[in-house]
Design a binder for this molecule. Structure first.
Ligand code: TCR
Length: 850
């Protein structure tokens, strides 16, 4: 029970055709148990036009003298109602020649079936081809694009005049990359076309690290639950760009759903099957689907087709039920006395939304209706795309037959014996041979070359939906995708020509999360696509300068990150500088100390003849003062930016200064000590000769100089950039060099100091008139206390404060010595001159200094 057209009488050869003239079958009535062929409904003007084009093309070929000159082709066309079952049924009818159940490749009139054009959608072609392929019966598709049809193992006799969806899916990904989208939703029709198209699309997306936000299916048979699932996914996703792989027929209910839920502000990437569909491209859907962008088969003009299409009237043949149905549907009337049902819709009960579908029209058709005024897809020849593929499919069949008919015996392709095949008695596989390697030029000059997979090369137009001045949806070409054997290239015109259906009318923005700003990096979210991520601030010392960085880069040695972590900045260099308060105060204190010492010296020089001054070894006193000046001023070397020379100089000067100072004091205390022993023991001990005092000084200073030289020569201190202790700062400090020698150097000083202390400590009870012994003891105590407390303080501070602590100790100990040794004497010299007399100075106690 198949609808269709046959013109097979008087022809030795027929070409089969399968077209979706209806959109669906009517669900079978449950009370009928016996299997019956289903009836169809939903007249499809586009499919009707395609079918008419096939008839037109065959007539054209028959008129031509250059192709198949002595043969006229017939045709046998069936409506497959866009369903698999009808396609299979038709395939079987083709093979068996209606009544017979064994294929004999002849139809009822005895004409040989050369091959078949068609089956529209992929699922249908797949189904038909599985049967036709068994017998190797040539099948040339015009709209089935599913990628598996390229597999010649499964579909050995299938060829097509349209490119595989593999190319379209790749092109879509390139388009997405071009516009910088990364987060894409997909919707597929529940058939081979949608599922395989989306499958390849997803694979391509993954290979370039783009992400799929959601992936939904539109049901073939209306199911509210499945539809709501898809709608829900679209509503709840942040993806603004959605790929929609479906035939227009399957898409219509989905479009109504979008309108019903008022889902706007989405950009649809259209698959070829609906980008130019008049079913979807209606002005009332424009708010929802305007700005759609997609790939289309190039448009073509077919001369003579328009007139042929207009040459249709139910009066011509009362048995032509399809024409009657066309008329009824186009003019919304009922043809009198015909059994053809008016275009009703049996799905109404299923969807529950009756208002979408027309009710039966009680108006009768008069036959006077004018096609000219009709706006109908069937008559619209401005967008001939698939229609042209139909024409080329018929032509490829004819060209193959033509080549076959021109075979020269002995030069033929078939082994053995290079034989030929002859019309009308050839086998289907013999025709397949010519089809497989077919190349020809189409009426519009395009080369058509069928490759080993049965596919063609060419290009897609990239179309964008815009509203034209009449308020109609216009398909504006905004670019091309060229695919040849070697080249795959996306060309897009200037972006301004593209209409975007976004609120701002600007390029939509489809991301899961926005690029991470500078200063942060991408952090993966467990279990989510790579396009969704968190932005994690860079760690200290690490930066990311541009947005969207995967990693933060570490700053160089002398650099550190700024507060925003977007830039590496030079680290702050830290040292105790003169121009800061601490450094400045310490420097002033040291200078002040030096001045005080100089003042003392001045007092000594002025009062050098007074007993108190002259009683002491004057040279030793001056040396002590000199050494105090040295130690006080040596602290200046610690302040300021350290250099190698200043590092060496400061420690050495300090050590030398102290050794000089302490050895002088030692000279003094030894003489006190001897004096004390003399006073105690009454033995005849001579007091120490001043020369020995000088020798002590010279020897200890020489030893110190020796050690210092060794220290400077062997392992001198050096400036060191300390980066470990603090991240944001470089601490400029002196590294000691040889710790052993340094300890030895200061060890000498400590040793001298101990000697001084011990000698005076013993002699502290010696009663001299101005308590010199006690003062020195006290001075040495101060010295020890300062330096002992210096050690923990020094070890527990960092950076410039370490230096400050050291300077502080130097100043404190120097001031201590100054205060304890010279202050009492100056006090007497200046303020108690009456005590500065010979008797008192020499007193009962013999002065040892003389
Ligand atoms: N391939 C689809 C069917 C299809 C179609 C169309 C249907 C294509 N282009 C245009 C109607 C109008 C592309 C398939 O199923 O393979």
């Amino acid at each position: 029970d198949l609808n269709g057209y046959v013109d097979a009488k008087n022809h030795s050869l027929v070409i089969g055709g399968l077209f979706p003239i209806h959109s669906r079958t009517i669900p079978a009535n449950e009370s009928i148990l016996e299997p019956v062929s289903a009836k169809c409904e939903g007249f499809n003007f586009r499919g009707f036009r395609w079918m008419k084009t096939m008839i037109h093309t065959i007539q054209e070929i028959n008129e031509r003298r250059d192709i198949l000159p002595n043969i006229t082709l017939g045709y046998q066309i069936f409506d497959n109602c866009f369903t698999i079952s009808k396609s299979v049924e038709a395939a079987l009818v083709f093979l068996t020649g209606q009544e017979e159940n064994k294929p004999n490749f002849r139809n009822s009139t005895g004409a040989l079936l050369a091959g078949i054009v068609g089956a529209g959608g992929s699922s249908l072609s797949v189904a038909a081809s599985r049967i036709l392929g068994l017998y190797y019966l040539p099948q040339v598709g015009y709209a089935s694009t599913c990628s598996i049809l390229s597999d010649k193992y499964q579909f050995p006799s299938y060829l097509r005049t349209i490119a595989s969806d593999k190319i379209q899916s790749e092109a879509m990904v390139k388009l997405i990359q071009h516009f910088g989208w990364v987060w894409i939703g997909t919707i597929a029709a529940d058939d081979d076309y949608g599922k395989y198209g989306v499958k390849i699309f997803k694979e391509e997306m993954e290979s370039v690290n783009l992400c799929i936000a959601f992936s939904e299916i539109i049901p073939k048979v209306y199911s509210n639950e499945k539809m709501q699932k898809a709608v829900h996914a679209i509503k709840n996703s942040t993806a603004r760009v959605i790929v929609l792989y479906a035939s227009d027929i399957d898409l219509s209910p989905f479009v109504l759903e979008m309108v019903y839920h008022n889902i706007t502000d989405r950009t649809w990437i259209a698959s070829e099957a609906w980008i130019t569909s008049a079913l979807i491209a209606k002005p009332e859907y424009f708010p929802y689907f305007g700005g759609s962008i997609g790939f289309a088969i190039p448009r073509a003009d077919i001369p003579g087709l328009k007139e042929f299409l207009y040459d249709i009237h139910p009066n011509k043949d009362p048995n032509d039920v399809l024409t009657i149905e066309f008329w009824q549907t186009a003019f919304n009337c009922t043809w009198p006395n015909s059994s053809v049902p008016y275009n009703t819709d049996h799905r109404v009960n299923m969807t529950g939304r009756e208002d979408r579908f027309h009710a039966v029209s009680d108006k009768f058709c008069t036959g006077e209706e004018k096609l000219e005024g009709l706006k109908n897809t069937y008559l619209d020849v401005s967008q001939l795309r698939i229609t042209n593929n139909v024409k080329q499919a018929v032509y490829s069949m004819a060209y193959a037959l033509d080549r076959l008919s021109r075979c020269e015996e002995g030069r033929g392709p078939y082994i053995p014996g290079n034989t030929c095949a002859y019309i009308p008695d050839f086998e289907p596989w013999q025709l397949m041979f010519y089809l497989k390697t077919l190349k020809f030029t189409a009426h519009n000059g395009r080369r058509i070359e069928i490759d080993e997979n049965g596919d063609v090369t060419g290009y897609y137009d990239i179309l964008n939906w815009q509203l034209d001045d009449n308020g109609e949806v216009a398909f504006v070409k905004v670019g091309e995708y060229i695919f040849t054997h070697s080249k795959f290239e996306l060309v897009i015109n200037k972006n301004e020509t593209i209409f975007w259906n976004t609120e701002s009318a600007e390029l939509p923005h489809s991301v899961c999360t926005d690029l991470c700003p500078p200063g942060t990096r991408k952090g993966i979210r467990q279990g989510e696509p790579i396009c969704c991520f968190d932005c994690i601030p860079c760690a200290d010392g690490h930066v990311s300068r541009e947005s969207g960085q995967r990693e933060c880069a570490q700053c160089g040695e002398d650099y550190w990150s700024n507060a925003q972590k977007s830039e590496c900045v030079l680290k702050e260099v830290e040292f105790l500088a003169y121009d800061e308060a601490l450094g400045f105060t310490l420097a002033i204190l040291s200078l002040l100390g030096a001045l005080v010492v100089l003042a003392v010296t001045a007092v000594y020089v002025i009062y050098r003849h007074t007993p108190l001054v002259s009683a002491n070894n004057l040279a030793l006193s001056f040396l002590t003062q000199l050494s105090l000046v040295i130690t006080l001023l040596s602290s200046l070397l610690f302040i300021g930016k350290p250099h190698n020379w200043s590092c060496m100089a400061c420690q050495v000067t300090l050590a030398l200064g102290f050794s000089l100072c302490l050895s002088c004091i030692l000279g003094k205390t030894i003489s006190l000590f001897l004096a004390y022993r003399i006073s105690k023991s009454k033995t005849r001990l001579t007091s120490i000769h001043p020369l020995y005092q000088k020798i002590i000084v010279v020897v200890s200073v020489l030893v110190e100089i020796g050690i210092c030289t060794a220290y400077l020569v062997l392992e001198p201190p050096r400036v060191y950039k300390n980066m470990e202790s603090q991240n944001i700062k470089i601490i400029l400090e002196c590294r000691e060099g040889s710790i052993e020698l340094l300890c030895l150097m200061f060890g000498i000083d400590v040793f001298l100091a101990l000697l001084c202390f011990l000698t005076t400590f013993v002699a502290r009870q010696l009663t001299d008139n101005y308590y010199e012994g006690k003062c020195i003891t006290f001075g040495m105590l101060v010295f020890f206390i300062v330096w002992i407390s210096f050690v923990p303080a020094y070890l527990s501070t960092k950076g410039k404060f370490k230096v400050a602590v050291e300077i502080f100790a130097i100043l404190a100990s120097s001031y201590g010595l100054l205060g304890c040794i010279f202050a009492p004497k100056c006090f007497i010299i200046l303020l108690r001159p009456q005590r500065n007399t010979d008797e008192i100075v020499s007193g009962r106690v013999p002065t040892t200094d003389k």
